[in-house]
Design a protein around this ligand. Structure first.
Ligand SMILES: [Zn+2]
Length: 275
């Protein structure tokens, strides 16, 4: 690309982003990182809800009642710790009959856990680690940010229209939004969470599970199990900080998490979910 072109596209991008910020929110993540958020929350939430319905149609629910009760027990310990902005009263949790070691959470208050996860996450604390991580992507609005970054990168895109909610969402944009929500594989657009998002989700998730009364030290053991398991990496291992970086970062945050854990215990938050 010529220098002039680079300059032009840079100016156009900067201009688009400025307009976008003027009409929508340039937010700050729970970890204090500034984020571009172009899409209205309602649009992201409704895409999350629609996607969840679609996954429910494609993947059967687990018939294993014990697994369903176990996952629900863990979710019911974590969800009330979400702040009001994340509607703790209205989450839907479903266990899917599928062997992949994976889980996801979607805007619009949806959590999905695949049966296969329970082979690797071997106790309630480890399942809570994954659930906390997935919820953290939603809490920190990583989906909106990812889509916004992609849109901003397509300099000619009608960012202002989207930000104002006046754009009719084309199929291409729909695919982009779905990919932004972490469902790209299903829709042919792979947009993995960035290393920054993964690290942030680890730390926010660690705080969340600890303040729900789960032992944060089990998070490190989970990443060790997952690293050993190999195979197709699940969402929460897919791109990312290497296991050693991840474990180092978790350990650095551990004193704060242990403090949250003991405060939760003092408030009698002592989940006892068993499979
Ligand atoms: Zn993740």
């Amino acid at each position: 690309m010529s220098l002039l072109k680079i300059f032009r596209s840079h100016v156009r991008l900067t201009f688009s982003v400025c307009i976008a910020c003027a009409v929508s929110s340039c937010a700050t993540s729970p970890e204090g990182r500034s984020q571009l958020k172009l899409l209205p929350d309602e649009q992201i939430d409704s895409m999350g809800v629609q996607s969840f319905e679609q996954i429910k149609q494609q993947t059967p629910e687990s018939k294993n009642e014990n697994m369903r009760a176990y996952v629900l027990c863990i979710a019911n310990a974590i969800i009330p710790q979400l702040d009001e902005d994340n509607n703790p009263a209205s989450w839907e949790v479903r266990v899917f009959a599928d062997d992949q070691a994976n889980a996801f959470a979607l805007p619009g208050n949806k959590i999905g856990v695949y049966e296969g996860l329970l082979k690797f996450a071997v106790n309630q604390h480890q399942v809570a680690t994954v659930m906390g991580h997935e919820l953290a992507h939603v809490i920190a609005q990583h989906g909106n940010e990812r889509v916004s970054d992609q849109l901003a990168a397509q300099a000619g895109f009608t960012i202002t229209a989207i930000a104002l909610g006046t754009s009719h969402t084309s199929d291409d944009n729909k695919a982009l939004i779905l990919a932004g929500l972490g469902l790209g594989v299903q829709y042919g657009v792979i947009l993995p969470f960035s290393r920054t998002h993964e690290s942030e989700a680890d730390l926010i998730g660690l705080g969340l599970m600890a303040s729900s009364g789960f032992d944060p030290r089990e998070s490190v053991k989970l990443w060790e199990n997952m690293a050993k398991a190999g195979g197709q990496p699940p969402e929460f291992l897919s791109t990312h900080p290497s296991s050693s970086t991840r474990i180092k970062d978790l350990n650095a945050r551990m004193p704060r998490a242990l403090d949250a854990y003991s405060k939760a215990q003092a408030k009698n938050r002592k989940p006892n979910c068993q499979l």
